[in-house]
Design a protein around this ligand. Structure first.
Ligand code: PLP
Length: 379
């Protein structure tokens, strides 16, 4: 099997597994317990928080552990909306290419009386800072623009948008789920107010993530109960998963000087090979992109069939977002970029990881060439 769907989820790193095992075994205590077993778990939790802070360029207190990227996005936007509403600001600005975790939270907030402006990307799939600036109003509470798009892989000008927001007194959130552990990233340098990440995208376990909220901001709880996470998230912490996430992030960030150029080389090899196929178009070509994400559209081919046949040929890829898989409509990302239907229906995303090899890239190119030719002949 050639696994080329790391943007959906990445294999667990050995460092993550090693960090998790003691917390699933002898160090099983509840970190809120005051006895020695509890305090041993509490120490592991504090160590994981410190490790995450060091890797992310934030302070430990700015981290709230969540159940993943979805929860972190929900909590960031709910917090920003609450802070805005407290000062009479009820307008939110968001990129049109955001993940459903952002878009559907915004839809829920709009039902509660918030006005939402969706900022479309340009044809390359980039939400430009200038377009965001034009959408700002005196009553804008917050802006949310992701760091790297999960479908096309295009990088968004998050730092530029953060600076714009800072200058205009508007809160800024970035969904960095497809960037954390995969690109050099510093919360302090980026200067956003909120950042979301998800462990399973960089080799940590599924069902774990974090919201980083700037010092002085207390995230509004989505869950009520105990006083865990300084009251920002009730419920006994998933200590093993959190330790696994911290170990995965540290290992991923340490390896970045090797993995980023290696992934870029694989990505460019794949882009060069697929570009030679007839009626094939790289999505977001010309825009800066995440090191491992390649998105193509093949005119006259149904992406569901292409993916099925690729799977039969031993290649795991996807049409875009894993959580929207099976949808027969072109994705909201491609639609907002103005990609014509004939192309958008033939969308495929390959997202590469450090364990992929040049030989695997060549095999992917061969498989796509053979399948696309066959489908077009039969179609
Ligand atoms: N945001 C982006 C950009 C994503 O790609 C994903 C997952 O695909 C999420 C949020 C949701 O993260 P999680 O799966 O941890 O809930």
């Amino acid at each position: 099997m050639i696994y080329a769907d790391h943007a959906a989820t990445a294999p667990l790193r050995p460092e993550a597994l090693a960090a998790m095992l003691p917390l699933l075994g002898e160090n099983f205590g509840n970190p809120s317990s005051t006895h020695s077993a509890g305090q041993a778990a509490a120490r592991a939790l504090a160590a994981a928080r410190g490790e995450m802070a060091a890797a992310l360029g934030c302070i430990a207190r700015e981290i709230t552990f969540t159940s993943g990227g979805t929860e972190a996005d929900n909590q960031a936007l709910r917090t920003a909306a609450a802070l805005g509403a407290a000062s009479g600001k009820r307008h939110l600005v968001v990129g049109a290419i955001e993940h459903p975790a952002v878009l559907r939270t915004l839809a829920a907030l709009s039902e509660q009386g918030f006005a939402v402006t969706l900022v479309p990307p340009d044809a390359q799939g980039v939400v430009r800072a200038q377009a965001v600036a034009q959408a700002l109003r005196p009553d804008t509470a917050a802006v949310s623009v992701m760091y790297a798009n999960n479908e096309t892989g295009t990088l968004q000008p998050a730092a530029e948008i953060a600076a714009l927001c800072r200058a205009r007194g508007v809160l800024c959130h970035t969904d960095a789920v497809q960037a954390a552990g995969q690109l050099p990233l510093s919360f302090a340098a980026l200067d956003v107010d909120f950042l979301s990440l998800s462990a399973h995208k960089f080799g940590g376990p599924k069902g774990t993530g974090a919201l980083i909220a700037r010092r002085g901001i207390t995230p509004v709880p989505l869950l009520y109960g105990g006083r865990q996470e300084r009251g920002a998230r009730a419920g006994t912490e998933n200590t093993a998963a959190i330790a696994g996430m911290a170990a995965a992030l540290t290992a991923a960030c340490r390896a970045l000087p090797q993995t980023v150029p290696a992934l870029i080389a694989l990505r460019e090899r794949l882009i060069a090979g697929l570009s030679k196929l007839p009626a094939a178009r790289l999505t977001g070509g010309g825009a800066p992109r995440a090191p491992g994400i390649v998105h193509f559209c093949f005119a006259g081919v149904e992406s569901e069939t292409l993916l099925l046949l690729l799977d039969e040929a031993g290649v795991c890829a996807s049409a875009g977002s894993a959580c929207e898989a099976g949808a027969l409509e072109p994705s909201h990302v491609l639609r907002s970029m103005g990609v014509p239907e004939i192309w958008a229906h033939g969308a495929v995303r390959f997202s590469l990881g450090a364990e992929n090899t040049p030989a695997e890239i060549d095999a992917i190119i061969c498989a796509v060439r053979e399948i696309v030719t066959r489908l077009r002949e039969n179609g």
